[in-house]
Design a protein around this ligand. Structure first.
Ligand code: ATP
Ligand code: MG
Length: 390
């Protein structure tokens, strides 16, 4: 480690210790174990929590500013209901009503302003150059001039999405930002539902679709209806929240979305964690039981599930057998080629092996196809085809 880096770390440790109330020796240990990591190459200097620790969420980011340390807390994990009715009753006990929002399927972004500069952080606390260019189209700088102490948390969705590309939102042509929470810097405290909506309306900032407020007694039945309808439209599901935002939110998703995830991921079966597949299969089991499905409906469900697992896998194996390389293709659309270059560096930094095609000029913007190499699925499939034992 260079001398200047050490000095920087020392100063960071001293300042953060005061702000976070964590001892200097403990913080220094976290840096050594790389639980906290310096993110180089960005102004202002910042550090990110690679893991949740000491009451701080994964992705918590600390910026060293002229006046001290500013903290953007990681977005909290949202637990999943497997059985809607008992989960709502147990989790929201004592709350008169819950609100239901659409769960949009893209990637999580936190936007804030640090020393007057708007930054877009991805889940893990990295500043994504592509996201930063895109959100500036959805959130004007004047919002942060008025509210420098707030963090907008939302989902980036649409087809021009390098992380989670989905063409299931007819309202989005390219990629767009939908807010779901507004939180305070440092504490991470959320605004209430009402405060959030009033604020976003005032600045014409888009929020995720809102389905309304339901008393605890009627919530599960109403949400089941919403889920069936969202499922038919190919959308992901819902997030159920306390209107006062005192209790943590919970999520519940549609079978169609579970199957669509599986269809996608089994094409790259060795690059996804096993838990990704397992948890989705289990969801299907509980939903079928909660919905009290008859034989025919259950048969549809297990045929659909089997198809979602096997079809993409067989297709991948055949492709490999023909000598084709397995790639996951995504695309970005940028006004400025420099953003694409920076994004290429960003992917490299994240350890993603990808190739960028030549940019195509479409309506004044550059469309670039990115081929991500799924090395693990490639290698494992070839080896298995050649007789390697599992
Ligand atoms: P987790 O966020 O629970 O750690 P995960 O990364 O697998 O798990 P998801 O299963 O996609 O995430 O569910 C949580 C995510 O859903 C949030 O982090 C957020 O990005 C996204 N999301 C979409 N719509 C909403 C919404 N209306 N309210 C809250 N989060 C939402
Ligand atoms: Mg998601």
């Amino acid at each position: 480690m260079s001398r200047s880096q050490e000095v920087l770390d020392e100063e960071f440790i001293r300042l953060s210790s005061k702000t976070l109330g964590i001892s200097e020796s403990r913080l220094s240990g976290m840096l050594k174990r790389r639980v906290v990591q310096k993110v180089s190459g960005f102004f202002p200097d910042h550090y990110r929590f690679d893991k949740g620790i000491a009451g701080l969420e994964t992705g918590t980011t600390l910026f060293k500013t002229d006046t001290g340390i500013e903290t953007v807390r990681g977005f909290p994990k949202i637990q999943r209901a497997m059985m809607l009715k008992p989960s709502i009753a147990a989790h929201f006990e004592g709350v008169p009503a819950v609100v239901v929002e659409e769960k949009m399927n893209g990637y999580n972004v936190r936007i804030t302003s640090i020393q007057g500069k708007v930054v877009a952080l991805t889940r893990g606390g990295l500043i994504c150059p592509y996201t930063s260019e895109k959100v500036s189209e959805d959130v004007g700088e004047h919002f942060f001039n008025d509210h420098p102490d707030l963090v907008l948390c939302g989902e980036m969705v649409g087809p021009d999405n390098p992380y989670v590309p989905k063409d299931i939102y007819p309202e989005v042509n390219s990629i767009s930002f939908f807010i779901f929470d507004v939180r305070h810097k440092n504490s991470g405290e959320p605004l209430t539902m009402r405060e959030k909506h009033e604020l976003c309306e005032g600045y014409t900032i888009k929020t995720v679709p809102y389905f309304g407020e339901y008393s605890l007694d009627e919530a599960a039945d109403s949400i089941t209806g919403i889920i069936r309808e969202l499922g038919h439209r190919g959308r992901e599901g819902v997030v159920i929240k306390d209107p006062e935002m005192k209790l943590p939110a919970i999520k519940y998703t549609c079978s169609q979305s579970t199957n669509s995830d599986l269809r996608y991921a089994f094409g790259f079966y060795n690059d996804y964690g096993r838990d990704f597949f397992f948890s989705r299969v289990v969801r299907e089991g509980f939903q079928s039981v909660e919905w009290n499905e008859d034989e025919d409906t259950l048969r549809d469900r297990y045929c659909r599930l089997g198809e979602s697992i096997l079809k993409p896998m067989v297709s991948t194996i055949r492709k490999r057998e023909r000598g084709e390389r397995i790639t996951e293709n995504v695309q970005i659309r940028v006004r400025n080629l420099e953003t694409a270059q920076k994004f290429e560096e960003h992917l490299r930094r994240m350890g993603i092996d990808a190739q960028f095609d030549e940019p195509q000029l479409v309506d004044g913007q550059y469309l670039i196809v990115i081929r991500k190499f799924n090395q693990s699925t490639n290698d494992r499939t070839s080896a298995t085809l050649n007789g390697q034992l599992w």
